[in-house]
Design a protein around this ligand. Structure first.
Ligand SMILES: [Mg+2]
Length: 244
């Protein structure tokens, strides 16, 4: 990709820099397997993940999964004293997140092509930041050994604290650009999710790059990606030519 006129690259995290989806799937599996086994009801399987959980907000996914097994729980709240032990929808969500954090502690390997692209950006003095909906972004970056690569992180924690609307609205990406001190029209957005590509397309950025990790090339182009790659290393050749 041509990097002329580009001063910063704004990265989504999960699915762009790290293969985080596998860890989430594993955490859901461990949490629901234990819960269902203890109640002697139909065991959980990864097909349940794709049917009831994938792509939904956490609490909605839990409620759908429970309903599929004929269970209903009170919603509860994150302030429940019982925390992950609460027999509520929030309690199960907290339990899943505790397991996810434990899995992260085992480490996660970033996509090598993404690290190579980050190296190339650093070498050319192009700034980068992470813009993620996740409240686990710092933990994921730390587990991948990449936390010190980013001065600016706009994640779910920052968005909640500052009251910034999430993707598909462009606001979190615009906040990232603002914190870097780079105008939006000199920033590239890199995203693997349809909602994130929509956010990039709505923000007036120089370019939106879609990364096809399963969403589909045509879908990403249709939602506003200017180009679609399967690996971020594909962005490097044009980059070195443009800057040479
Ligand atoms: Mg993503």
């Amino acid at each position: 990709m041509d990097h002329d006129g580009v001063d910063a690259v704004l990265f989504d995290l999960d699915g762009v820099i790290t293969p985080t989806a596998e860890k989430h799937m594993e955490a859901w599996n461990r949490m629901f397997s234990a819960y269902f086994d203890a109640r002697a009801i139909d065991p959980y399987s990864d097909s349940d993940y794709f049917r009831f959980i994938d792509g939904k907000p956490r609490l909605e996914g839990i409620a759908s999964m429970l309903a599929a097994r004929g269970l209903t729980l009170p919603e509860g709240s994150d302030d429940d004293e019982a925390g992950p032990d609460a027999d509520t929808v929030h309690g199960l969500g907290t339990r899943k997140n505790v397991i996810f954090r434990e899995l992260l502690d085992e480490g996660i390997e970033a996509y090598p092509g993404s690290v190579a692209y980050l190296d190339a950006l650093d070498a050319a003095g192009i700034a980068s930041c992470v813009v993620s909906s996740s409240k686990n972004a710092e933990a994921v970056l730390t587990a991948a050994g990449l936390r010190d690569r980013f001065d600016v992180i706009v994640d779910g924690v920052v968005a909640a604290a500052e009251g910034i609307p999430g993707k598909p609205k462009p606001d979190t990406y615009l906040r990232g650009a603002e914190l870097l001190g780079v105008p939006a029209d000199r920033c590239v957005v890199i995203e693997d999710a349809v909602s994130g590509v929509q956010a990039g397309a709505a923000g007036g950025f120089a370019r939106v790059v879609g990364v096809d990790r399963g969403a589909g090339r045509e879908a990403l182009l249709a939602e506003g990606a200017d180009l679609v790659v399967v690996d971020l290393s594909e962005l490097i050749p044009g980059f070195t030519e443009a800057r040479r």
